[in-house]
Design a protein around this ligand. Structure first.
Ligand SMILES: N[C@@H](CCC(=O)N[C@@H](CS)C(=O)NCC(=O)O)C(=O)O
Length: 221
């Protein structure tokens, strides 16, 4: 039996949720509320980094969103895969998964972290550097996506699972409206039923996102 420990607002949790919904695998969702000491203790007991998502599969416990998606492909075959079985063919997908996590998601998170600090501890230099890095990543993504089909690297994959949260949250804080290929790709992503479901389930929590007023109205209602 699969159990996913997660929070509906958490960007990295969206990755396995999209994969699970997209492949219609059954699992037990176990929301974790880190404001509750007992939930924080539970998460720490599952993964000492105290980060979600964590996937429990029988006696096997998996941390790290990308690894758990691979674990699903390997151990719970479904009608489609998030990574091809051929390791060589998987390389571009791994690249774009890392790209969205490292160059967009984590960079966007620096701006969120800054906004969550008390005003006297905020650092405009960190925010400016993060915005510069996002600009560079957007240029790279735009060039890449202009030459692609519907998805980030061939068929819908792990790379697209990573792209949804990265582009959703980064796009709210640092819009990519002037990047037509990114915009078109993002529109395709949010319309995919698995992604739309994740966004819908996150809706009640968006008010806790410090830049909630920048989330496009179409995702709030
Ligand atoms: N590389 C990890 C990142 C997980 C992560 O940073 N999760 C965040 C939520 S999006 C978290 O648990 N933050 C709480 C904390 O770090 O204390 C993954 O891909 O699963």
């Amino acid at each position: 039996m699969l159990t996913l420990f997660y929070h509906p607002l958490s960007s990295f949790c969206w990755k396995p949720l999209v994969a699970l919904y997209d492949t219609q695998r059954e699992f037990t969702p176990h929301p974790i509320d880190l404001t509750k000491p007992e939930d924080a203790a539970l998460l720490e007991s599952l993964w000492p980094m105290r980060q979600f998502p964590v996937l429990q599969d029988g006696a096997t416990r998996i941390a790290e969103s990308s690894i758990m998606i691979e674990h699903l492909d390997l151990n719970h075959p479904a009608q489609s895969r998030m990574l091809p079985a051929d390791p060589q063919a998987a390389l571009p997908i791994r690249l774009w998964d890392r790209f969205f996590d490292m160059n967009i998601q984590l960079v966007m998170q620096k701006i969120v972290d800054d906004a969550l600090r008390p005003p006297e501890r905020r650092d405009p230099v960190i925010v400016e550097q993060a915005r510069d890095k996002l600009d560079r990543a957007y240029r790279v993504a735009e060039r890449h996506l202009s030459g692609q089909g519907d998805w980030a690297a061939g068929a819908f994959s792990l790379a697209d699972c990573a792209a949804l949260p990265a582009l959703f949250y980064a796009g709210a804080i640092h819009p990519f409206d002037d990047h037509p290929a990114m915009r078109a790709y993002f529109d395709r992503l949010v319309q995919r039923p698995s992604c739309a479901r994740v966004l819908d389930e996150a809706k009640p929590w968006f008010r806790y996102f410090p830049f909630q007023d920048r989330i496009p109205a179409r995702f709030m209602t």
